[in-house]
Each structure stands twice: as structure tokens, then as C-alpha cells.
Design a protein around this ligand. Structure first.
Ligand code: UD1
Ligand code: CA
Length: 481
């Protein structure tokens, strides 16, 4: 980290983003499970500024609410009717204390791959030099649309000229302004008062501050970055996907560097806030979203989606979907199961194939192996829930809770009508509809007694293949006798 904290980071996010063609404000679109402005705030916080301000205008309330959720200490700055990046920064300076000195960093709310490391480098470089402005620049094969960095014959930066204001000669320049800068606070405040709107777009350009700086002989430093992704903004949904894919590539690579085994990085999507322990294997077609945490030596996937899930060490989740769930260490899930919010599977527990769970605490070593709906339930340690068991938790009006005690055994194809308590150490016979509580040690049987009617097939299905088969089987039995 740079030894001096920047006085402020100002994030510009007032623009309309019309090219997104969306009812969602541009900076609220997400990549890697985090909004564009969320990425910008994260990078800004990384350099530990005294003040963090975000300039808003378009969809002001929605954007401001989102920012507050992300970073409650961020100062929301409202930009007025005067347009342009220069005006945006000026509004921020008017909102922040008016005696600020030191370094002020300006970034954009729609440049999501910019890292704290790059901002820190910018601050360090700026502190070391005596220049009033340090601007992050990049050299592009196609500089169309960007402000060009104009240098004198000796290389000194003299101005930044917007595409629409460029001469033909300037249009050929490939070094562009990223829009990320470090300024001396006092100089910036003063210089902005001199910036007008006499340009092709009639806006108050922040870039004009660069020209003012050179004219005063205060020095402008250009900090050229090689990683072009870090300066690329999102203007439309094509760029959103492009930057999202690159962010994912970086996140997956980082996960592998930290010890995860990713079989197919191309079909693995990992959000920015996910953590994965060493030697966990991620199989193809897997999406890991939100605040998911996965322990060490797990098996995740193939074709699995996890969102805000905690998976303990050594657990496996195969071809399944889970949200706001906890999978204990050594537990197994899947294939083909759906863990809804509030699922809490204990250590070494099992949720097998074609099982749906919701608000269900399944004890240590307990098993729900096949074809079950388990909602609003607490299942004790070591209990076994037979194939096809339904926890009927909803009577059409209210939801009821069911408890199944430790080491109990619920037979296949049972329906447990909630609210219900099935004690510890009980049996429920297969095919039961359990409508009364069961005490420890009891067997509950709720089905009708079986009746076998002799000769029924011969009388009622005479001459059919079934009848033939019955006769043949009876004859064989007689011969054997
Ligand atoms: C700006 C720069 C250009 C640079 C490019 C890099 C200026 C005059 N031009 O151009 O040199 O190459 O960024 O992407 O600065 N914003 C506000 N308020 C405004 C206008 C913009 O907050 O009144 C915010 C936008 O939300 C956006 C950022 O500033 O996050 C850049 O605005 P945009 O209109 O995209 O600037 P460009 O014309 O691309
Ligand atoms: Ca832009």
C-alpha cells in the first residue's frame, strides 16, 4: 500500500447509460455477482481513502439506495443540471469538506475490472512525482470514442482532447485517457472553476483540467497501464458480457491458484465473493454464486448451481441446485436434488437423488436418500427417511413443522402430515399417512390390513395371460409338493 492515504476517491456514476437499453440503471447491472458500482466501491475502499464519494443523477434514488447497502460510509453526491465529468467532480468537491488537501482520486462507476492494486499504484506514482495531475492512460489498437492523450515532441503531456473535438492528426493518436486520475486537491478545486463548456458536447470536461495544468507549468504525469481490461468501461450489454467473462476467467484462475481444482474453467462460473478451499474439485457446468463458501477437499458438480451456500470440508454436491443452505462436512447431496433456503444438512448427512428440501435441519449422519419432499422439518441424528416420503407441511392456510427424532426410521412412501412429532427411536411402516404423533419406541402403521382373496384371477380374469401364468405357477407348486 502507498504510505499516504488518498484524501478522497470520487466515483462518477451520474451518466444515463442509454446504450444499455435497460430499465435498470447501468451501474446496477452485475458481473461476477456484484454490481458495476459495487466493484468500483470495492476497488476504491481498497486504497483506504478518508472520504469516498459517489456522484449520482440518473435514477438517483435507486442508485443511492444500492450504494448505501454496499458501503454505508460512502457519501452520495447529487450532480445538478450542468453536464460533464468536470461538473460531476466539482459537485463532489462542493459536498465534501472544502478545505481538503492531499490526493484526490477520480474513477468511474462503470469500470468493473479496475483493481485496488492499480489505484494504489496510481496514488504511489502520484505521490512520488511533484505533478498536480496523474492520469491513467492505455494504448489501444482502436482508440475510437476515447479522449486522446496529446504529448509534446519531448513526450510531456499537454492536453487530453475528446474524440469529437479532435483534429485529424489527433484522431490518429492511440494513447487514450482511461478517465482514472489522481489530482492535487487544491489545484483540482481551483482549476475546475476555470473549466467552461465551449466544446462539441457543451459539457464541462474534467479533461480540460489537464490542459490548465500544463499551461500553468505544474506538470501532468501519464501512468500507462498494460492490462487494458482494467480501464475498460461498460457501455452496452455486449461489453457487460465481455467484461463478465473476463472477470470470471480471472476469478476462476485465482481460485485455482488458491488450491481449487477446476476441471473446465470455460464452463465454470464463480462470483467474486466466493471462497473455495484447497483440493476441492469443481466439475464442468457449475455456477457458484453470491457469498458461497466451500471447504477443502469437496466435490462440486458437474452441472451444479450454488447461491449463498456454505459447504463443509469433504462434502459433495453433484448435479444439484442449492440456495441459502448449509451442507455439513462430509455430507453428500445429489444427484438431481434441490436445496431451498433454510436447508441445513448435518455432518456426514445425506440428501440423495430427486429430493427437495426447504427450512429443514437434517441431523448428523441422517439420510434422506430418494424422491422426498422435506419442508419445515427437523430430523434427528442418524434418522433414515425412506424413499418417496412426503412431509406435508402446508394445509392450504398455514405451514406446519415436523420433528423426526434421532435414529428413527420412516418407511418408504409415507406422508407425514404437519405439525407432527415423531419421537426418537421410532418406526413408521411403509406407506403410512401419519396424522398422529408417535412416541419413542413405537411402530406407527396407518394403512389397512392386507387381504388375499383365493381364486380371484381364475374367476374374474379367466382365459387371460395372467390366468395362464397363475395356473402354471400353481401346477409347478403342486408338482414340487
Ligand atoms: C470520458 C473522458 C474521456 C475518456 C473516457 C474513458 C471526459 C470529458 N472524457 O469520456 O477522455 O477517454 O471517459 O472512458 O471526461 N459522468 C458523470 N456525470 C456526467 C457525465 C459523466 O458522472 O455529467 C460519469 C458517467 O456516469 C461515467 C463517466 O463519468 O461513469 C464517464 O462518462 P462518459 O459520458 O462515458 O464519458 P466519455 O464520453 O466516455
Ligand atoms: Ca464511457
Amino acid at each position: 500500500m502507498s504510505d499516504r492515504r488518498p484524501t478522497a476517491v470520487i466515483v462518477l456514476a451520474a451518466g444515463e447509460g442509454t446504450r444499455m437499453k435497460s430499465t435498470t440503471p447501468k451501474v446496477l447491472h452485475t458481473i461476477g455477482g456484484r454490481s458495476l458500482v459495487g466493484h468500483a466501491l470495492r476497488a476504491a475502499r481498497g486504497v483506504d481513502p478518508l472520504h469516498l464519494a459517489v456522484v449520482v443523477r440518473h435514477e438517483r434514488d435507486r442508485v443511492a439506495a444500492h450504494i448505501a447497502e454496499h458501503d454505508e460510509d460512502a457519501v452520495i453526491v447529487d450532480q445538478d443540471d450542468i453536464k460533464g465529468t468536470g461538473r460531476a467532480v466539482e459537485c463532489a468537491l462542493e459536498t465534501l469538506p472544502d478545505d481538503l488537501t492531499g490526493t484526490i482520486v477520480v474513477t468511474y462507476g462503470d469500470v468493473p475490472l479496475l483493481t485496488s492494486e492499480t489505484l494504489d499504484e496510481l496514488v504511489t506514482v502520484h505521490d512520488r512525482a511533484t505533478d498536480a495531475v496523474t492520469v491513467v492512460t492505455a494504448t489501444l489498437d482502436d482508440p475510437t470514442g476515447y479522449g486522446r492523450v496529446v504529448r509534446r515532441a519531448d513526450g510531456v503531456v499537454t492536453a487530453i482532447v475528446e474524440q469529437k473535438d479532435c483534429t485529424d492528426e489527433q484522431l490518429a493518436i492511440r494513447e487514450v485517457n482511461s478517465g482514472i486520475y489522481a489530482f492535487d486537491a487544491a489545484f483540482l478545486r481551483e482549476a475546475l472553476t476555470e473549466v467552461g463548456t465551449d466544446n462539441a458536447q457543451g459539457e464541462k470536461y474534467l479533461t480540460d483540467v489537464v490542459g490548465i495544468c500544463t499551461r500553468r507549468g505544474l506538470g501532468v504525469h501519464a501512468h500507462l497501464v498494460a492490462d487494458l481490461w482494467q480501464t475498460e468501461g461498460v457501455n452496452d450489454k455486449v461489453q457487460l458480457a465481455r467484461l463478465g467473462a473476463e472477470l470470471n476467467r480471472r476469478t476462476v484462475e485465482q481460485a485455482m491458484r488458491e488450491g481449487a481444482i477446476v476441471i473446465d474453467p470455460a464452463t465454470t462460473w464463480i462470483d467474486a465473493d466466493v471462497t473455495i478451499g484447497p483440493d476441492t474439485v469443481i466439475h464442468p457446468g457449475t455456477q457458484i454464486h453470491g457469498a458461497t463458501t466451500i471447504g477443502a477437499e469437496c466435490v462440486i458438480g458437474p452441472d451444479t448451481t450454488l447461491k449463498d451456500v456454505e459447504v463443509g470440508d469433504g462434502a459433495s454436491v453433484v448435479r444439484s441446485q442449492a440456495e441459502l443452505a448449509f451442507v455439513g462436512p462430509g455430507a453428500t447431496v445429489g444427484p438431481f436434488s434441490y436445496l431451498r433456503p433454510g436447508t441445513n444438512l448435518g455432518a456426514k448427512g445425506k440428501i440423495g437423488a430427486f429430493v427437495e428440501t426447504k427450512n429443514a435441519a437434517i441431523g448428523e449422519g441422517a439420510k434422506v436418500p430418494h424422491l422426498t419432499y422435506c419442508g419445515d422439518a427437523t430430523i434427528g441424528e442418524g434418522a433414515n427417511i425412506g424413499a418417496g416420503t412426503i412431509f406435508a407441511n402446508y394445509d392450504g392456510v398455514t405451514k406446519g413443522h415436523t420433528n423426526v427424532g434421532a435414529w428413527s426410521f420412516v418407511g418408504s412412501n409415507s406422508v407425514i402430515v404437519a405439525p407432527r412429532t415423531i419421537g426418537a427411536g421410532t418406526y413408521v411402516a411403509a406407506g403410512s399417512a401419519v396424522v398422529a404423533d408417535v412416541e419413542p419406541g413405537q411402530l406407527a402403521v396407518t394403512r389397512a390390513q392386507q387381504r388375499n382373496i383365493d381364486g380371484w384371477v381364475a374367476r374374474r380374469r379367466a382365459g387371460t395371460k395372467t390366468d395362464e401364468a397363475a395356473r402354471a405357477a400353481t401346477d409347478t407348486k403342486d408338482e414340487q409338493r
